[in-house]
Design a protein around this ligand. Structure first.
Ligand code: DX5
Ligand code: ZN
Length: 220
């Protein structure tokens, strides 16, 4: 991860039968891929896990940012590291005491962040900010791509950005869900520096041009 301001395309919206090609077509414009891991328990959907991450890690040098929508993240950190994950984010709703997850990620050499759902207040994560490489604010209910952006997520981004600045930290603020060419500037202005975009990139007529446009907005 070099560029502080960037788009992280979410492969959830890609055609999994042609995943390599979907990634290669935009790879020159990005540094990070957002990989949504769902267990059918923490969220109602099931997506992918370590075998797919291992294939991606073999196929590309992109940073693999693994968003764990799973009930027991601790149990999978070792397998995720072994598969080639670079960083993970765990939901504070799944691990109200995240210390064991943070400790294990540190021990394994995985970057670690925490995620808040739209209905969870930011306060739940504030005590851990100084241990996190990233905070992730969900701007849709987790579990599915292609949903509409929840505007009420922006004040949460602002709250994290202010707390991070007040404490003199370098923590990344990521926002995930419903990001489009129309709202990306607002997300950046609220204080997000990594914007996840699934459908708006991989379902676009021209994914490469769309990533370029989104990156220009985020870096604007
Ligand atoms: C939702 C996932 C998101 C999703 C975003 O549970 O965490 O990363 O892929 O997709 P879009 O950009 O389509 O909302
Ligand atoms: Zn995600």
């Amino acid at each position: 991860m070099h560029d502080r301001f960037q788009i992280a395309p979410s492969i959830l919206a890609a055609d999994f039968a042609n995943l390599g090609d979907a990634v290669f077509q935009i790879a020159d414009e990005i540094e990070m891929l957002h990989v949504d891991v769902m267990d059918g328990h923490f969220v109602p959907n099931i997506s992918l896990g370590p075998p797919v991450i291992a294939s991606l890690a073999k196929a590309t040098d992109l940073y693999l940012d693994c968003h764990l929508m799973i009930t027991d993240p601790l149990r999978y950190l070792e397998a995720l590291k072994a598969s080639g994950a670079d960083g993970i984010t765990a939901h504070i709703e799944a691990v109200p005491n995240p210390i064991p997850v943070l400790d294990e990620a540190d021990a394994l050499g995985l970057d670690v962040g925490l995620v808040v759902n739209p209905t969870t207040p930011v306060d739940a994560m504030m005590p851990y900010l100084d241990r996190l490489g990233m905070v992730l604010v969900m701007s849709v209910q987790p579990g599915f791509g292609g949903q509409s952006f929840i505007e009420a997520s922006l004040p949460k981004v602002e709250a994290f950005r202010s707390a991070i600045e007040a404490r003199g930290l370098a923590t990344n603020v990521q926002i995930d869900g419903g990001i489009t060419l129309d709202n990306a500037a607002r997300a950046r202005d609220a204080g997000a520096n990594i914007l996840v975009a699934g459908s708006s990139v991989f379902r676009a007529n021209d994914p490469l041009a769309t990533v370029r446009e989104l990156n220009a907005i985020v870096r604007g």
